[in-house]
Write a protein that binds this ligand. Structure first.
Ligand SMILES: C[S@@+](CC[C@H](N)C(=O)[O-])C[C@H]1O[C@@H](n2cnc3c(N)ncnc32)[C@H](O)[C@@H]1O
Length: 298
């Protein structure tokens, strides 16, 4: 959706970049051994237009090496049908340190006079990405897609004063101990409000709740973007995806695996009906075929 809107004729931007601030290994494994594409490969595979450059930051050395090898394979073996961006780089190391290199490099890569835009994906496992890093990315024009761990990482620490002086402070950019916030929801709303403050003009933050199906394990994925006056249909499409995802939980994963393995009709059966959105934004390059079979990637 992002690359479609950014490369569309109404877009004021000439170039777009992708930053995966917590990139992982390129794959994740389901408990039965099936493998799923991770965000670096999915983002490359489903981009309607290739990014000018994609940055993948990963702190674990083994993960970073695995990711680099998988991307090399995915981009160079036509069997996998993943389009290679104009340029890409895996940056091993702490994301809160490497983010400076990314920002500097985007300025360097930019074609003279080009207006550029960035999609920043921050897939926090815990409170990994510091607020100061969010601010650094926000100095570029960027949309954010942020995993906010409101139940586990943040939620489990809100009553611990020491964490307020440590990791919680880094994550929110300030010590919230004496701010009268009581519930997990208060903290989530504060984070979302802070995300809004990163944009110079009107912006919209769309939190999407992800239910695992297990007790007390859920999180939000917050999409932050500027609201455009003429409306690209983009925000409506993001809200539509929110509805789709929120109707889903861990118990539905088995059904989805059946779909991906070709044993059950089609992905569209899961979509909410009668949504008034621009459907062309939802189809990727290859609709249901982003992952052809789970064994392809193992
Ligand atoms: C939730 S996983 C990412 C999954 C990935 N987005 C995907 O779709 O497959 C988070 C990743 O961030 C890495 N990580 C955690 N803290 C980090 C840090 N401070 N700097 C860099 N990487 C970090 C972990 O090693 C892990 O691979």
């Amino acid at each position: 959706m992002y690359t479609k809107v950014m490369s569309g004729e109404n877009s004021p931007f000439d170039e777009f970049y992708y930053v995966d601030a917590l990139a992982g290994t390129g794959l994740s494994e389901y408990e039965n051994g099936d493998c799923f594409l991770g965000s670096p490969i999915l983002a490359s595979k489903s981009a309607a237009e290739p990014f000018k450059k994609m940055y993948f930051i990963e702190g674990d050395t083994n993960n970073a090496e695995a990711l680099e090898a998988r991307l090399e394979l995915a981009f160079n073996d036509s069997y996998f049908d993943v389009q290679e961006p104009e340029d890409w780089e895996v940056l091993p190391g702490d994301t809160n340190e490497r983010i400076d290199d990314v920002v500097t490099d985007i300025w360097r890569q930019r074609s003279p006079g080009a207006k550029f835009h960035t999609l920043t994906f921050v897939d926090n496992q815990a409170m990994d990405f510091d607020w100061v890093s969010m601010e650094k990315m926000a100095e570029l024009s960027t949309d954010f897609l942020v995993t906010y761990q409101g139940a586990q990482a943040v939620g489990m620490n809100i009553n611990i004063e020491a964490t307020h002086r440590g990791k919680l402070k880094d994550h929110f950019g300030r010590n919230l101990w004496d701010h009268g916030l009581e519930t997990r929801e208060d903290y989530k709303q504060t984070y979302i409000k802070q995300m809004r403050s990163l944009f110079n003009s009107d912006s919209i933050q769309i939190p999407t709740k992800i239910y695992s199906g297990r007790k007390s394990y859920d999180y939000d994925v917050v999409y932050g973007t500027r609201e455009t006056k003429n409306g690209s249909g983009y925000v409506d499409a993001v809200k539509y995806v929110k509805e789709f995802v929120e109707n889903f939980d861990g118990r539905d994963v088995e059904d989805m695996i059946e779909v991906i393995n070709g044993n059950q009709s089609v992905m569209e059966d899961f979509l909410p009906k009668n949504a008034e959105i621009d459907e062309s934004l939802l189809g990727g390059n290859n609709k249901d075929e982003d992952q052809r079979s789970l064994t392809d990637w193992c």
